[in-house]
Design a binder for this molecule. Structure first.
Ligand SMILES: [Mn+2]
Length: 365
């Protein structure tokens, strides 16, 4: 059997106030194209379908369009669980009706856990659920998520002849984080040991945005659909093709073409102006002093620039100001000092007139 495992689509996400919807649409179209060419038995989407619990309508439309094509046109069943960014109620709307069509959705945990059977594969779906919900609404007597899951998983009578697959959205110890995940709970209290999942043959996860296996060919993160932070600039995003045969599971990463890459460009101002790119770029300027209007001038070459940072700036400003004892300075002298530190030139005379007027006005208040 062949499955495709993906997660953390975060549909409707903005990055530095830029909508990623067009990028998400392009990669999902390319994923559909791949599914059309490479027959699979099901698609697993392991949580954080949307970026927020109340997604923008364009994101809802994008998911609707994808699911219609995948489930109805390509006749590939889709299994989808809620992550910590999703609203369980909204995600699971009409889910019992949709099951008949081949769309299996779990917004809420269903206890006791029962599998969806697809031949030899028994698929268990565990949407993201908070410990307090398990304790107060499901009556699970546990002090930690680890204890709760042990209790829940030990209550399942797994078929030893089946390939038991768990879909979940959790943080498993040993996994490497990026900057774009929202912690499941504050601190590391949500990290689960991989032993919790030992009843299952294969655990397919969402939550960590970097594709990785916590346990080779057994406990896997597909990673997010796209790069969602500067820290992911160098990572390669993929989905997992999982082929199950007599010997076990074979996992192969699959990448899909993107509309534009997200990367870091580094150099001094004049070097950066020599190139142009439509990519999402974070610019790291190596100039030792601030350049006037750097961002707006570079935007002409990098229309999708997301950020600019000076990485070699000589940070003399606080030292210089402190050394001169600005606490004792009058306001216009302090401003003059500040201007000289930033611009490395004298404060023009007409500026000085203005600052003196403003300062004396403020001091008389
Ligand atoms: Mn996520």
């Amino acid at each position: 059997m062949r499955f495709l495992h993906t997660a953390d689509w975060h549909l409707g996400k903005n990055l530095n106030e830029r909508s990623l919807l067009e990028d998400q649409q392009v990669i999902l179209n390319n994923m559909l194209h791949w599914i059309r060419q490479n027959s699979i038995d099901a698609l697993f989407i392991c949580g954080d379908i949307y970026d927020r619990s109340l997604p923008p309508k364009e994101a809802v439309r994008l998911l609707d369009d994808f699911l219609r094509q995948c489930v109805l046109e390509l006749e590939v069943p889709v299994f989808l669980i809620a992550g910590n960014h999703d609203s369980p109620e909204r995600i699971s709307y009409a889910s019992s009706l949709l099951e008949g069509a081949g769309l299996y959705v779990r917004g809420f945990a269903e206890l006791p856990l029962k599998p969806v059977v697809m031949g030899k594969a028994h698929i268990y779906m565990w949407p993201y659920t908070e410990l307090s919900t398990l304790r107060w609404q499901y009556g699970v007597d546990a002090d930690s998520m680890e204890e709760a899951l042990r209790e829940i998983f030990s209550g399942i009578s797994l078929d030893p002849k089946a390939i038991n697959i768990l879909l979940a959205h959790e943080y498993v110890m040993g996994g490497i984080e990026s900057e774009s995940e929202r912690p499941l709970v504050m601190g590391k209290a949500s990290a689960l040991s991989s032993e919790v999942f030992s009843p299952f043959d294969l655990v397919l996860l969402g939550h960590l945005h970097r594709p990785q296996s916590v346990k080779k060919d057994e406990i896997l993160y597909s990673g997010s659909l796209l790069k969602y932070s500067k820290s992911e600039a160098l990572s390669v995003k993929s989905a997992n093709l999982i082929e199950i045969n007599e010997e076990g599971a074979k996992v192969t990463p699959v990448t899909f073409p993107v509309l534009r890459d997200l990367r870091v460009v580094r150099g001094d101002f004049s070097e950066l102006l020599l190139d142009t790119s439509e990519d999402f770029v974070y610019m790291e300027l190596t100039d030792k002093k601030l350049m006037a209007d750097a961002m707006s001038r570079l935007r002409a070459n990098y229309p999708n620039a997301l950020g600019l940072e000076y990485v070699s700036l000589e940070r003399r400003l606080p030292v210089r100001l402190a050394a001169k004892g600005t606490g004792q300075m009058d306001l216009s002298s302090a401003f003059e000092r500040f201007y000289m530190s930033v611009r490395e030139e004298d404060l023009p005379a007409d500026y000085r007139d203005v600052t003196e007027k403003v300062a004396s006005g403020l001091e008389s208040v």
